[in-house]
Design a protein around this ligand. Structure first.
Ligand SMILES: Nc1nc2c(ncn2[C@@H]2O[C@H](COP(=O)(O)OP(=O)(O)OP(=O)(O)O)[C@@H](O)[C@H]2O)c(=O)[nH]1
Ligand SMILES: [Mg+2]
Length: 333
C-alpha cells in the first residue's frame, strides 16, 4: 500500500534532515523500520544513493566479554582521528528487562553529547534469536547520515555470530581469558567468522595462554593464507590495546579494499537483504492467509494432530496452486 502524498512529503523532510546528519530524523527513520511502517520505504529509497561510504565493524562475543567497553574505547579512538561514529547494540534479552541496554548506555555515555556519535540499542525480539532483520537497513541509514564508522555489537549466541558476517565488513570476535567454552565454539567451526580476535580482560590470569590457544587453532585452520587473523590482547577498561585493535581494523579494511573482496561482500549482502525481506514478508502473508482460510486452517490442524505428514502436505498444497505467488498475494476468497 502506498502512503498518502502528505505523508510522503513529510518523509522527504525526514530524509533530508537525515542526510544532514540530524539525530532526530535518524531515530525516527530507524523506528519506522522497526515498526515495519510502509513510510520507512520512502526514506530508504530517498537515502539509498547516499549510502556506501561507511565502514562497518561487528564486535561479537559472549555476554560480559567487554564488547560495549571496547566499543566505547574504539569510538573514542575513531573520533580522535576525526571520524564520525554510529553504534548499534543488539540486545538478545527481552526489551522489557532493560538490564543490558542500561549497562551499554552507561558505558557509552561519554559519547552521548557528541553530535558526531549516534547510539542505538535494538532488541532481537521476533527475529528467531538472530539479528533483527532490519539491521542492514539501520546500518544503511547511519551510513547515509554520514557516519564514517559503524560499530555493531552483538552477543555471540549461535545464529547471531553467523549473522554478523552479513552485516559487518570486519568482524571482531571478543573472548576473555577464562572463556574455556569459547574454545569449544572455535572447534565447532565458527572460527572462520573472525577477521580479528580479541582476548579482552587481559589483566586477568590466563590471557597469554588464551592468545596462544587461539593462534594454535588459526595456524591449522587458515586455508587460503591471504589474511592471517590477528589475535590481540586488550584491557578495554583502561584502554590498553585499543590503538592496536584500531590499527588492525584499518589493516583489514585496506586488505579488503586492495582486492575486490570488499565490493564482493557488499554485493552479496545487498542481494541477501532483498531475499530476507521478501521471505519475511511472504511468510507473514502466508500466515495471515492460513488464519483466514478454513481449508488451510484445517490442513494445519490435521498436520498438528499427526494425521497428515508435514513435508508432503506442504508440497501437495503448492501443487494445487498454479502460481503460488499470485495465490499468496491475492485476497482470500
Ligand atoms: N577486568 C576487566 N574488566 C573489564 C574489562 N573490560 C570490560 N570489563 C568489565 O566487564 C564488564 C562487562 O563489560 P561490558 O562492556 O558491558 O561487556 P559486554 O560484552 O558489552 O556485555 P553484554 O552487552 O552484557 O554482553 C563490565 O563490568 C566492565 O567494566 C577489562 O579489560 N578488564
Ligand atoms: Mg554490551
Amino acid at each position: 500500500m502506498r502512503p498518502p502524498p502528505s505523508l510522503v512529503i513529510s518523509m522527504l523532510q525526514v530524509s533530508d534532515q537525515l542526510l544532514k546528519g540530524d539525530k532526530r530524523a535518524l531515530s525516527k527513520a530507524i523506528s519506522l523500520l522497526e515498526r515495519g511502517d510502509p513510510q520507512g520505504s520512502v526514506v530508504m529509497r530517498e537515502v539509498h544513493s547516499h549510502a556506501g561510504c561507511a565502514y562497518t565493524v561487528g564486535i561479537t562475543g559472549p555476554t560480559g566479554a567487554g564488547k560495549s567497553t571496547l566499543i566505547a574505547r574504539l569510538a573514542e579512538d575513531f573520533r580522535g582521528k576525526g571520524s564520525s561514529v554510529g553504534i548499534v547494540a543488539v540486545d538478545p534479552s527481552s526489551p522489557y528487562s532493560g538490564g543490558a541496554l542500561l549497562g551499554d548506555r552507561i558505558r557509552m555515555e561519554l559519547h552521548y553529547l557528541d553530535p558526531e556519535v549516534f547510539i542505538r540499542s535494538m532488541a532481537t525480539r521476533g527475529s528467531h534469536g538472530g539479528l533483527p532483520r532490519i539491521i542492514k537497513g539501520v546500518v544503511r541509514l547511519l551510513d547515509a547520515a554520514g557516519k564514517d564508522i559503524i560499530l555493531v555489537e552483538t552477543v555471540g549466541v549461535g545464529q547471531t555470530e553467523l549473522d554478523i558476517m552479513g552485516v559487518a565488513d570486519t568482524v571482531v570476535v571478543t573472548l576473555v581469558p577464562e572463556a574455556g567454552d569459547a574454545i569449544q565454539t572455535l572447534k565447532a567451526g565458527l572460527m572462520e567468522i573472525a577477521d580479528i580476535y580479541v582476548v579482552n580482560k587481559a589483566d586477568r590470569p590466563g590471557a597469554d595462554q588464551m592468545v596462544s590457544h587461539i593462534n594454535a587453532f588459526l595456524t591449522t585452520g587458515d586455508s587460503d593464507g591471504s589474511w592471517v587473523t590477528p589475535v590481540l590482547a586488550t584491557q578495554a577498561i583502561d584502554g590498553q590495546g585499543i590503538t592496536e585493535l584500531s590499527k588492525q581494523i584499518q589493516r583489514h579494511r585496506d586488505f579488503l579494499s586492495s582486492t575486490s573482496r570488499l565490493e564482493e561482500r557488499r554485493r552479496e549482502r545487498r542481494a541477501q537483504e532483498l531475499l530476507e525481506v521478501l521471505e519475511e514478508e511472504l511468510g507473514q502473508k502466508l500466515r495471515e492467509r492460513i488464519d483466514k482460510e478454513p481449508r488451510l486452517n484445517k490442513l494445519v490442524e490435521q498436520v498438528r494432530r499427526g494425521e497428515l505428514e508435514p513435508y508432503s502436505s506442504a508440497l501437495e498444497l503448492l501443487k494445487d496452486v498454479s502460481s503460488p505467488l499470485d495465490w499468496l498475494l491475492s485476497s482470500s476468497r
